[in-house]
Ligand binder design. Structure first.
Ligand code: ADP
Ligand code: MG
Length: 248
C-alpha cells in the first residue's frame, strides 16, 4: 500500500498509565492519520484495551497528551461527551439494550447526544442498518439476532454519531467462527470508504488486507509500528516473532 502523508486525527504523545504498581501504558507515542486503518495486536494483557479506552477517556491517564483532531482530550462535562461522540467505540460484547428494538438501539444516542428529532434519527438508522446488511431486522430485538448481526448493529450505532474515527476492541472475539467474516466484511468496507479506524484484533487476515499499519504491543509498550507487509514478513523484535509463531 502506498505511503500517504496524512493529517493526524488521533495523537498520543508520551502517554503513561498504571494500575497500582502495574505500568500498563509505557510512554506511548502513536499517531493515526485521517483515513488510516491501524491494527493493534499483541499478547493478552499487553495494554491494547487500555489504550483504546484511554483514547476516548473511558480511562484517565497519568501523563502525556492525547489529541483528537488537534484538540486535547477534555477531562469532563459536555466537551467530553462531544468528544466521545466523535470517536466511536465497538466492543467485544456488543452492549445493545436488550429491551429496545434494533432501530431504537441505533437511534437512541442520536436523539440524546446529537439532539436529532426521532424521525430524523430513525431515517438515519435505517440507512445505516441497510449499509450493514440488516435493513430487514430493524424491528427485531437483539436476542432475535445472531452474534454477528448484533455486532453489525453495534457498528451501525457507532456510525450513527457520524464519528471522525472508530475504535474496535476485539470486535469478533466473542463470535462463532462462521460469523466473523460478516463483521470483518463491514469493517473492510468502512476502511475502503476512508473511515479512520483503530482495530484491536487477532484476525491476521484482516490486518494483512485492510491495515495501513500494524502496531505490536507487549508489556504496555509499542514494540513495532510498521506496514503489515514488513511486520508479517520480517518482525524485528523477539516478542513479535514469538507472538506470530504462536498464532500463525
Ligand atoms: P489487553 O487488552 O492487551 O489484553 P488490557 O489493556 O486489558 O490488555 O490490560 C493490561 C493489563 O492491565 C493487564 O495486566 C490487566 O490485567 C490490567 N488491567 C486492566 N484493567 C484493569 C483494571 N481496571 N484494574 C487493574 N488492572 C487492570
Ligand atoms: Mg483487551
Amino acid at each position: 500500500m502506498a505511503v500517504v502523508d496524512r493529517d493526524p486525527l488521533i495523537e498520543l504523545r508520551g502517554v503513561n498509565k498504571h494500575y497500582g504498581t502495574l505500568h500498563v501504558l509505557r510512554d506511548i507515542h502513536l499517531t493515526v492519520g485521517r483515513g488510516e486503518v491501524v491494527v493493534v495486536i499483541g499478547p493478552s494483557g499487553s495494554g491494547k484495551s487500555t489504550l483504546c479506552r484511554a483514547v476516548n477517556r473511558l480511562e484517565a491517564v497519568e501523563s502525556g497528551d492525547i489529541l483528537i483532531d488537534g484538540q486535547p482530550l477534555p477531562s469532563e462535562g459536555k466537551a467530553l461527551a462531544r468528544l466521545r461522540a466523535e470517536v466511536g467505540m465497538v466492543f467485544q460484547s456488543f452492549n445493545l439494550f436488550a429491551h429496545k428494538t434494533v432501530l431504537a438501539n441505533v437511534s437512541l444516542a442520536q436523539t440524546k447526544v446529537r439532539r436529532r428529532r426521532r424521525e430524523e434519527a430513525d431515517r438515519r438508522s435505517r440507512e445505516l442498518l441497510d449499509r450493514v446488511g440488516l435493513a430487514a431486522h430493524a424491528d427485531k430485538f437483539p436476542a432475535q439476532l445472531s452474534g454477528g448481526q448484533q455486532q453489525r448493529v453495534a457498528i451501525a450505532r457507532a456510525l450513527a454519531m457520524d464519528p471522525k474515527a472508530l475504535l474496535f476492541d476485539e470486535p469478533t472475539s466473542a463470535l462463532d467462527p462462521e460469523m466473523i467474516n460478516e463483521v470483518l466484511e463491514v469493517m473492510r468496507q468502512l476502511a475502503e470508504e476512508g473511515m479512520t479506524m483503530v482495530v484491536v484484533t487477532h484476525e491476521m487476515g484482516f490486518a494483512r488486507s485492510a491495515a495501513h499499519r500494524v502496531v505490536f504491543m507487549a508489556d504496555g509498550r509499542i514494540v513495532e509500528d510498521r506496514t503489515p507487509e514488513d511486520f508479517f514478513t520480517a518482525p524485528r523484535s523477539e516478542r513479535a516473532k514469538d507472538f506470530l509463531s504462536k498464532i500463525l
